[in-house]
Write a protein that binds this ligand. Structure first.
Ligand SMILES: [Mg+2]
Ligand SMILES: [Zn+2]
Length: 183
């Protein structure tokens, strides 16, 4: 039985302000409290794993290389703040609005659980002991489908506490407040 637990984090609207299709450091604005929230989760023993829909790749707005470069920059910023991001899973697809091979009804685009299940397999994660923080119902649906025990819906860009949805177990204003629910 695995004893590894993870905090699955959505990216846009949870870690950074969701300006839509953010793909360069200049547009990447960390939401207040993100680093502290991640440090709390890390201290509580959670692996930090990002799972993010990136249909902007499939739509041709930016490339996988652009995305990877931004990930390197972002992980460095986290590292500078004492936070280790263990892994990043992304879905480049879209069922209707993507080009070429990216046009597919995949199993990784949230609300499907594919990214979370891939992470579970790779890291041998105890999903019941894990949590997801996201700003959309689709994040909560993906987490429920992957049997993630705690599913915390936060306000988009950390601005306001959201109304609960059927699939969430908790609501919080932002990632920091979500992390504070845990101890
Ligand atoms: Mg989001
Ligand atoms: Zn996908």
């Amino acid at each position: 039985m695995s004893s590894v637990k993870a905090a699955f984090l959505d990216r846009d609207g949870v870690i950074n302000i969701d300006h839509a299709y953010v793909h360069a450091p200049e547009e990447f604005q960390f939401i207040d409290g993100v680093f502290e929230g991640c440090r709390l989760l890390q201290k509580a023993g959670y692996l930090l794993i990002i799972a993010t829909n990136q249909s902007g790749i499939g739509r041709g707005y930016y490339s996988e290389t652009d995305f990877e470069k931004l990930c390197v920059w972002m992980k460095k910023r986290f590292a500078d703040e004492g936070v280790l991001i263990s892994d990043i899973f992304f879905c480049p697809h879209h069922p209707e609005k993507a080009l070429g091979n990216y046009l597919q009804d995949c199993n990784c685009r949230k609300p499907k659980p594919g990214m979370l299940l891939a992470a579970q397999k790779k890291w041998d994660i105890d999903m019941k002991a894990s949590l997801m923080v996201g700003d959309k119902q689709g994040d909560m649906q993906a987490a429920l489908a992957a049997q993630v025990g705690r599913r915390i819906l936060v306000g988009k860009d950390g601005l306001a506490c959201p109304q609960p949805v059927a699939e969430c177990t908790d609501v919080a204003r932002n990632l920091l407040e979500a992390a504070k629910l845990i101890d």
